[in-house]
Design a protein around this ligand. Structure first.
Ligand SMILES: C[S@@+](CC[C@H](N)C(=O)[O-])C[C@H]1O[C@@H](n2cnc3c(N)ncnc32)[C@H](O)[C@@H]1O
Length: 267
């Protein structure tokens, strides 16, 4: 593990990682996170289903990548460990797969040992870092991953926390520019395209909790893949990305899923 320091867990305001943990039924959250979670639940009664739907996409995409020859994964915005974690899925297919996890939330660092459980040293690593500082992340990731070989860059449910002012598209371009041909970009992203009123209220609710959401349209999400070859079926609703590779999440088909997912390949 790199970047270890004194834990600095701020329980005075909600955090995205801990609120998402609450949606998933985890125990690594605080009353402020639950409060935001419950406000979201009042707005969108399916929010817990949607979190599981997102997680299920990560499972399918990781399996697809491992089955299609990817041996290295860089997962930024990894989140609080929730089994199965990305390395467990990848290493079930490719036991020697290398995985670097990264998150900017100190609570993820606090639980990083669980993320690394069951893997030989040096194969799975955790790096504390912020996607807005790609140079530091890539420097640390290079110690585990071979950047001469393809890497899957996983930004699952991360970029709606990164604004245009922070340069979300440029950051992704910068990260992908350091990876060789054959690398992949994997992302899922919340959108206001399907439920604009709920999305507006959700954005205001997060904002009141001190978290800025950057919901993006289909075109804006597609722009992350501008210089990449999209894997079929392209930018799709999260549940429509290779549903045959996993089991449906109970309740996922009851209503619209307001998020996109896609995988693209660097040529
Ligand atoms: C909704 S969770 C997604 C977790 C996991 N990727 C998944 O999809 O199951 C978003 C994660 O992104 C992290 N995050 C938010 N902004 C970040 C940033 N600027 N740099 C790194 N991680 C960030 C949060 O701490 C949180 O763990």
């Amino acid at each position: 593990m790199t970047g270890q320091g004194p834990l600095n867990i701020d329980t005075s305001r909600p955090h995205p990682a801990r609120t998402y943990d609450w949606f998933l039924g985890g125990k690594d959250n605080y009353p402020v996170d639950e409060e935001l979670g419950r406000k979201m639940l009042a707005l969108e009664p399916r929010v817990q289903v949607l979190a599981r739907v997102n997680r299920a996409f990560m499972h399918r995409a990781t399996r697809w990548l491992a089955e299609n020859g990817v041996r290295q994964f860089l997962d930024i915005g990894a989140g609080i460990p929730t089994e199965p974690n990305l390395h467990q899925i990848a290493q079930r297919v490719v036991p020697e797969a290398r995985v670097v996890y990264c998150d900017n939330d100190p609570i993820v660092l606090a639980h990083a040992a669980a993320l690394l459980r069951g893997t030989p040293e040096g194969v799975t690593e955790y790096v504390q870092g912020d996607v807005r500082d790609p140079g530091s992340i890539m420097e640390a990731a290079r110690k585990v991953l071979d950047f001469n070989e393809p890497v899957a860059l996983s930004l699952v449910a991360l970029l709606h926390f990164v604004t245009d002012e922070d340069g979300a598209h440029e950051l992704v371009e910068r990260l992908m520019s350091e990876l060789p041909a054959g690398s992949h970009l994997v992302l899922s992203h919340a959108t206001a395209d399907f439920t604009p009123e709920t999305a507006k209220e959700a954005t205001a609710t997060y904002k009141a909790g001190g978290i800025t959401l950057a919901l993006r349209s289909r075109d804006e999400v597609a722009r992350f893949f501008e210089n990449l070859e999209l894997v079929e079926p392209g930018v799709s609703q999260v549940t429509d990305w290779h549903p045959e590779l996993g089991e449906p999440v109970p309740g996922q088909d009851d209503d619209v899923v307001p998020g996109y997912a896609a995988v693209g390949r660097k040529l």
